[in-house]
Design a protein around this ligand. Structure first.
Ligand code: ADP
Ligand code: MG
Length: 281
């Protein structure tokens, strides 16, 4: 399964499509849960701008507020203060311009793979023939055409997650939001998924905001790694990843990759130490 697939010429990744939409601005966003004595500030005063078509990884330890911040962009959570805009429009609720892929495969178990992917376009008012054609296109893109008539429960975790990506893309979102999407997969499948996500992103050209706590994953995938620290969640570093694309897993053994990874780890460690010292004070 880990053997590299050599794609025929017409299926090889083209240079990324130049995106014109999907400009995300997170402007001084704070989210507090609860009130009074049980008030808990999950993320505090975070600002981040993501350019159209850019791939940004949001990296930080568990509980630092990555999902909270991502959910503000998705429109599932309203910031307590600050705001998020996508292409200049304030985010107030979820919308088809922002596709979400969660860690837990959130497919409809009673629908076939094909119908899971066609669901979004149908709900958006597309006719059956068009929705089916969109579903076929995206299932092909994630390499699952042969499984169109199967049900989610018949597929492996990695395959279900590829359906999740196809389903999110079927709405032609300008922003793809991914919350530790490969966190539940074994290491080998995870590597394969990362590579195939990069290929899909190269073809589709959408903005990606990808949450992970895995340094290797962040550096391998992203144009920029944005590091968050806990208590309350704050963005503490924003590191460009000037590695050439297309990338294949072998780059993980190259000097530049290791240097970048080292810088991330140093930053994370410095921030954790700071947090410990503050707690002990
Ligand atoms: P991460 O995704 O980085 O693991 P989260 O965004 O899930 O972190 O959580 C950040 C903090 O906010 C944690 O302390 C978590 O317990 C708290 N939190 C998240 N969602 C809620 C909620 N709905 N109600 C109360 N606290 C929450
Ligand atoms: Mg989370």
């Amino acid at each position: 399964m880990s053997a590299r697939v050599v794609l025929p010429a017409e299926k090889r990744p083209k240079p990324p499509v130049r995106a014109v939409s999907g400009h995300v601005v997170i402007d001084q966003v704070t989210v507090a849960f609860g009130r009074g004595g049980s008030r808990h500030v999950a993320v505090e005063n975070n600002s981040l701008e993501v350019a159209p078509g850019e791939f940004v990884a949001l990296l930080g330890p568990s509980g630092c507020g990555k999902s909270t911040l991502l959910n503000c962009v998705a429109g599932y959570i309203r910031p307590t203060s600050g705001r998020v805009t996508v292409d200049g429009v304030p985010v107030t609720r979820p919308g088809p311009d922002r596709g979400m892929v969660f860690q837990q495969y959130s497919l409809f178990p009673w629908k076939t793979i094909h119908d899971n992917v066609a669901f979004g376009p149908l709900r958006a008012g597309k006719g059956r023939a068009e929705a089916e054609s969109i579903a076929r296109t995206f299932l092909e893109m994630v390499g699952l055409s042969r499984f169109a008539e199967r049900y989610p429960g018949e597929l492996s975790g990695g395959m279900q997650q590829r359906v999740g990506i196809a389903r999110a893309l079927a709405n032609y979102p300008s922003v793809l939001l991914m919350d530790e999407p490969f966190g539940a997969l074994d290491a080998q499948t995870r590597l394969m998924m990362q590579e195939s996500l990069l290929r899909i992103w190269g073809e589709f050209g959408t903005t990606v905001l990808f949450v992970t706590h895995d340094v290797d994953e962040a550096v391998f995938l992203a144009d920029r790694v944005v590091i968050m620290s806990a208590g309350p969640g704050r963005i503490v570093a924003d590191m460009p990843v000037p590695l050439a694309r297309p990338r294949s897993p072998e780059i993980a053994t190259e000097g530049e990759f290791i240097r970048l990874k080292r810088r991330c780890l140093d930053k994370i460690r410095a921030e954790s130490l700071k947090a410990f010292e503050e707690r002990d004070r």
